[in-house]
Design a protein around this ligand. Structure first.
Ligand code: GLA
Length: 753
């Protein structure tokens, strides 16, 4: 890894074994993008890559009109005929002749939105600086990454722009962010401040986005880039079920295993936009950052605004290559804390077992059975506090309901620990029911507009987390329970979107800050709680996977992937989620049949084989199963305990997509490639089928592997010829078979001889 700086040509070249990212200072002082892709040799001068001119036919000569700048916008003073709209720019602002979408817009006191940021200096830093108040990837040792800090200045507006570029030593990763500072006396308003702009010279890509809604999150959707705008967004207050803050561009010939792929991921949990604009010359501009709709930020003298971080991963090893780089980075250098590298406890959550209908006796009965079956963590979900006997009341009143839990959470958690399990608890800290003591005491603590209707979703309102007093109050209520009880795990839920994003604590000209200030308040609360209670494992949740984003992984290393616990639905959801997020981050449970979302009846084997590629747990009352079923579940619990390090932290490969046929397959391989587990799933059984083979990946070609129930095979056989899967649909770990028919599956365990 190296950052080459060529002072004479003002060229910056960030390079590691995989990639090169090359920029230069343009004649007008703006930063220009020259190249991003596979590693190139360094050289002093890459200016031949500067394509700002419009060529006249095939001769390559510049046409006279263009030289005079008649058709091209804003010819650069010193490069006759070069046009802003043809140059590839690093952080374009609005107006000024680049007619594409832009990264920055600043409203100044005379009403102008024109800025002109010119290069004023740079700095090289070892490692990576933290971003104040925001989640971001990090380094533990300086040698892991290097950062280039570019300084730009608009002398007229007295504004300073700082662009951060971090290149990591391993994998094709660049992390970027921007900071805008007002060094003058006049107040300005940021109307748009994105995290990333990347101009690419062509449009020969397919764009993949991950879309959905409640119970069907992150389904990949593919389209070929075309001239014009294509993109995704959330203006719901959070990253959302509907779109994930991530875009993928791949060459049309790229596959899971090979070809050029780029991923763009935003480390943020609020409103975002991600888009690609293809211009009339077939050049593509990627933009990613906080959604400008509803956003504005007042910058008075001396104040600065830090954008969230955007992470780009480039790989020529196909989509799996890109995903694996994201997994390594997010698992080890975005997630933090005690649980980061630890295999996750097998939990049982009472939600689908009882919903709101429980008391302590009932919970203890479920917990006892769970313990008997090897469960390590008992989680009490919604309904334990205030008047929360259903979802109409009580949110915000974080006081244990004595009528259900006579000795409170302190007593219940003690009893659970005495059984030999850890105890976990559900919170929805950001919300309030109008029917609650908190709302009655502080009706002004919610996001809503005075004299207007307050829109309810799930009978609740959003607390105004842009206010410090509100965040302080919630911190105190949660910390009190953490201090007086034995809490090892928290499920942090969030069950509605914003509808009236207005804060009573801010003046009119700062209402555009509420969306982002809310997210800063959320991060602040997480930071304070994770610092004071470092041993608590946090799992974020938002009606399932409505906020499955890198921002929250910084605080909570796992996320409840979806409220859909059906194993067939989960194949698609976990498959889509795996494009960016590691297996260790995906909350996954075995639930009851008929399944509560879709009424499907699938075998225990398949329910467990899907949940195995996640944090693994149960969402049912084991007392309701027959002895035989309990025994079978027990075997899976044992299997998970034995192999969860490999499953959660191994190198993950997608092999067969649930979106392309009846079968899904994926696998994990240990770092030393001596062990692997393959999950193979078939939704509908098929009569009299031909022979099926499944090609594996990531193994050592010359190593002999013992494949559970299938003899020994060299890695090259398993990868090039595949394992013959015909007729194999049953769980095999040496303990025999189960399942067959629809929704069937098998796990293959591979061990090097
Ligand atoms: C949300 C969560 C569920 C459960 C309920 C409780 O829907 O996603 O898992 O916790 O809230 O009300």
């Amino acid at each position: 890894m190296n950052i080459f700086v060529h002072e004479k040509t003002k060229t910056f070249h960030l390079q590691n074994d995989e990639i090169s990212y090359i920029m230069t200072v343009l004649p007008n002082g703006h930063m220009g993008q020259l190249y991003f892709g596979k590693k190139l040799h360094d050289r002093e001068d890459f200016s031949y890559l500067l394509e700002g001119f419009i060529r006249n036919g095939e001769s390559g000569e510049y046409c006279a009109e263009e030289q005079e700048g008649r058709h091209a916008g804003y010819p650069l003073d010193c490069v006759c005929g070069a046009s802003m709209e043809r140059l590839r720019l690093e952080y374009p602002s609005c107006w000024g002749g680049d007619f594409r979408q832009y990264a920055l817009e600043i409203l100044q006191d005379n009403g102008s939105r024109l800025t002109d940021f010119a290069f004023s200096g740079y700095e090289l830093l070892p490692g990576k600086p933290r971003l104040a108040g925001l989640p971001a990837t990090y380094t533990e040792e300086d040698g892991e990454a290097q950062t280039l800090v570019l300084k730009l200045r608009d002398e007229t507006a007295k504004l300073e722009l700082t662009l951060l570029y971090t290149i990591f030593a391993k994998d094709g990763i660049i992390a970027r962010s921007a900071n805008i500072k007002n060094t003058g006396k006049r107040t300005v308003y940021l109307e748009r401040a994105l995290s990333l702009c990347l101009d690419l010279p062509d449009m020969d890509y397919e764009m993949v986005q991950f879309s959905g809604t409640w119970t069907r999150e992150r389904h990949p959707k593919v389209r070929r880039l075309e001239q014009g705008l294509q993109g995704i967004e959330s203006i719901r207050g959070s990253s959302s079920h509907h779109q994930n803050p991530f875009l993928l561009l791949r060459r049309p010939d790229a596959t899971e295993m090979s070809g050029e792929v780029m991923g763009f991921s935003l480390v943020y949990s609020g409103n975002f936009m991600a888009q690609v604009q293809v211009d009339t010359y077939d050049a593509s501009r990627v933009l990613l950052g906080i959604h400008p709709d509803g956003f504005s930020w007042k910058l008075s003298e001396g104040e600065n605004f830090q954008t969230p971080e955007a992470v780009i991963v480039w790989s020529d090893k196909g989509q799996n290559g890109m995903s694996q780089a994201f997994h390594r980075l997010y698992q080890r250098r975005l997630c933090r804390g005690y649980w980061r590298d630890k295999a996750r406890p097998i939990l049982l959550n009472n939600w689908e077992a009882t919903y709101f209908d429980f008391n302590e006796e009932k919970l203890l009965k479920i917990a006892r059975k769970a313990k008997e079956n090897g469960v390590e963590l008992f989680v009490l979900d919604d309904g334990w506090f205030g008047k929360r006997r259903d979802d109409y009341a009580g949110l915000g009143d974080w006081v244990p309901a004595k009528e259900l839990l006579p000795e409170g959470i302190a007593g219940l958690s003690r009893k659970i620990e005495e059984m030999g399990m850890m105890f976990g608890l559900w919170f929805e800290p950001e919300m309030v029911n109008p029917d609650s003591d908190l709302y009655r005491a502080h009706p002004d603590w919610v996001l809503s507009v005075p004299e207007r209707k307050e829109t309810l979703y799930r009978h609740q309102l959003v607390l105004d987390f842009s206010r410090k007093d509100v965040v302080d109050y919630i911190f105190d209520s949660m910390a009190k329970i953490f201090r007086e009880s034995r809490i090892s795990y928290v499920k942090w839920d969030y069950n509605r979107y914003f509808s009236e994003c207005f804060s009573r604590a801010l003046p009119a000209d700062q209402q555009g800050e509420v969306f982002h200030r809310y997210i800063l308040g959320l991060y602040d609360l997480y930071e304070r709680l994770t610092s004071e209670f470092p041993h608590i494992l946090f799992e974020s949740c938002a009606s399932g996977g409505g906020r499955f984003d890198p921002g929250l992984l910084y605080y909570a290393p796992q996320t409840w992937t979806s409220d859909n616990t059906d194993c067939v639905g989960r194949l698609q959801i976990q498959y889509g989620t795996s494009f960016v997020y590691p297996v260790s981050s995906m909350g996954s449970h075995v639930s009851a049949v008929p399944n509560h979302q879709v009424r499907r009846v699938a075998s225990i084997a398949t329910r467990a084989n899907v949940a195995a590629f996640g944090t693994y747990g149960y969402e049912l009352d084991l007392n309701k199963l027959t002895g035989e079923e309990q025994e079978e579940m027990g075997r899976y619990t044992e299997f998970m305990k034995k192999h969860r390090e490999l499953l959660q932290f191994g190198t993950f490969y997608r092999l067969k997509s649930p979106f392309e046929g009846n079968e899904t397959a994926w696998m994990v391989v240990s770092e030393d490639k001596k062990e692997a587990i393959v999950g193979y799933y078939k939704v509908l059984s098929e009569p009299n089928k031909g022979f099926d083979r499944l090609k594996l990946a990531g193994l050592r070609e010359d190593v002999l592997y013992e494949v559970s129930g299938k003899g020994t095979h060299y890695g090259d056989e398993l990868m090039n010829l595949g394992i013959i899967t015909s007729g194999d649909m049953a769980f095999r770990t040496g303990d025999g078979y189960s399942g067959r028919g629809d929704f069937d599956s098998v796990l293959y365990f591979l061990k090097a001889e």
